[in-house]
Design a protein around this ligand. Sequence first.
Ligand code: PBG
Length: 330
Amino acid sequence: MSFPTERPRRLRARPGLRHLARETRLAVEDLVLPLFVQEGIAQPRPIEPMPGHAQHSIESLLGEVESALGLGLRSVIIFGLPLEKDAQGSQAWHEDGIVQRALRRLRQAFGADLTLIADLCLCEYTDHGHCGLVDGDRVDNDRTLDTYRRIATSQAQAGADVIAPSGMMDGQVGAIRAALDQAGFSDRAILAYAAKYASAFYGPFREAAGSAPQFGDRRAYQMDPGNAREAVREARLDVAEGADLVMVKPALAYLDVIKRVASSVDVPVAAYNVSGEYAMVKAAAARGWIDERRVVREVLLGIRRAGAQTILTYHAKEVARELPCWTELG
Ligand code: PBG
């Protein structure tokens, strides 16, 4: 027999065969579109480092969701930005808070066609910008859980299908599950930000959400980027506390973590392709340094290949628009 006997290139030479042999595919149902709603504005305000995204008014949010649904997307995650912030973050659970109003309007307008995920955190609502209640210079885990319970209940009442706690407090999933069940919302799911790292990739988001901490940083509650085994522990704890889906965040510098988590738990795994990851692609593409379509496809395929079934991404709308033509990229 002549060398080589194995010829993997056979599967690559013909486009049809290449498609047939592809192991990982992306579908529009895999994507969740993150959206920001700002209280007290009449017009959307573009977010400079996140081209194509804006802080929305309730009206412009409705338009944005309508166009997303028109492109075949089904799921959005909503971040509320209140006018008034205080030490307790009291607008986060107010019946007429911005996120509650937005959720109610979206539910009314789109019914069951839309999967409504509510981000649950305090950093957008507190004047100090931390994700929990502050006692001196530390975040008080257990007092924060009481507040998270209230927020979860109010978000479910307003129509959220899924509550997504992102504050990285210990026990947050269990506390929220108990509160939801007690209030009669045992049918609402929890998407746990299980392994959320203390990352510089959140830079543009903090600008978009006005949620940068006013003192210190988030290292006392978000994870150390050096740790991967710990992510498995966090994910397992969240599943034990009742998480229906678990998330790893950010995505690109943590593909190994996605893989480990996916092989360690048996609930669906999501990954958050965060604001800084989006901004890098947009900035390089604007200078003509990269081919944006190809790069976005490669990024999302990479996250799927690592083991995430669901991807939260600011690219969701452009991808939904492009997906039908992606085969032409080979
Ligand atoms: C905090 C929260 C953050 C993001 C989602 N929820 C920021 C943070 O922890 O500072 C980041 C999302 C992104 O960067 O796209 N509630």
